[in-house]
Design a protein around this ligand. Structure first.
Ligand SMILES: [Zn+2]
Length: 288
């Protein structure tokens, strides 16, 4: 009897060990896309970011490297866009280029040029201390429409620092139904606004499925806060297929973002979508 029970224990032990051997590498290879990494200083920023991810024990499958264009600085814009595209050949970087909406025809031409080079997303940031434009300006609408025609998505800051940020962006998304928008930070502390989406979707023909969010920075603030439950409820209301992970490096690290996401009361499937699946579907569906 004893030998049978020892044998069965042994089998259980072997089975458990085999499971661990299989499951550990699988877990460590779980794909992650960080959609919000500022590349202020070209390759130096890329290396700093990757070193930080590695030193904190993380892995990254792909990350969005961001540039923000300044008005009137056309040569610099081109140079920075080309720099990101070049970096994307050497690193797992998705180039998030930029053009300034107030550069008129030159901006349109640059947008067409980078779209032709395979760029799938550009960054726009209305704040006074970054790109400094009003979202309701018709040049912004024109640029966003053009981006949609070219299959380029818009990553737009939505930290609700400027007055009426969420309202203006919602209106912009309605005006450009063929353009995909990723609203960064999901409204910040005004995230509650976006609970309007499930209601708006019931109005036939009002809204295209073109509003996505990155939850960078806001996610870190919400996890463990008194608003955590409401934040999760909002995420489900805007749609679990519409949310992307981001760190907003160097202000926040990827580890801060993934630790915060782990903490939220979401299913493993929902977390997987946020970590990688949604971004892949939206931004690089053709890649393995
Ligand atoms: Zn940012």
């Amino acid at each position: 009897m004893e030998s049978i029970s020892t044998k069965s224990k042994m089998i259980r032990y072997i089975a458990a060990s085999a499971f661990m051997l299989i499951s550990i590498p699988l877990l460590s290879q779980e794909p992650i896309f960080d959609g919000h990494v500022h590349i202020w200083e070209g390759e130096t920023s890329v290396k700093t970011y990757l070193e930080e991810v590695e030193s904190s024990g993380g892995t990254i499958t792909k990350f969005g490297g961001i540039h923000m264009a300044m008005q009137g600085k056309l040569e610099e814009t081109k140079r920075k866009n080309d720099e990101l595209i070049a970096l994307s050949k050497e690193y797992p970087l998705l180039p998030i280029c930029s053009v300034h909406p107030f550069d008129g025809e030159a901006a349109m031409a640059e947008l067409e040029r980078i779209a032709g080079l395979g760029v799938k997303v550009i960054k726009l940031h209305p704040h006074k201390n970054s790109m400094d434009f009003d979202v309701t300006d018709e040049r912004v609408t024109a640029l966003c429409k053009k981006a949609g025609e070219l299959g380029v998505a818009i990553l737009m800051d939505n930290a609700s620092i400027v007055p009426g940020d969420c309202q203006k962006l919602f209106d912009l998304a309605l005006r450009c139904p063929k353009t995909n928008f990723i609203f960064a930070h999901m409204g910040g502390m005004d995230f509650r606004f976006w609970n309007i989406l499930p209601l708006a979707r019931t109005a036939e023909g009002l809204l295209g499925n073109n509003i996505y969010f990155d939850i960078s920075a806001t996610l870190v603030l919400m996890a463990g806060s008194p608003l955590e439950e409401e934040f999760v409820w909002t995420m489900r209301n805007v749609g679990m297929d519409n949310i992307l992970l981001g760190s907003d490096f160097p202000q926040f690290t990827l580890k801060q973002a993934t630790d915060a996401l782990d903490r939220l009361d979401l299913t493993p499937e929902e977390k997987q979508k946020i970590r990688y699946g949604n971004a892949k579907k939206l931004l690089f569906p053709e890649e393995d």
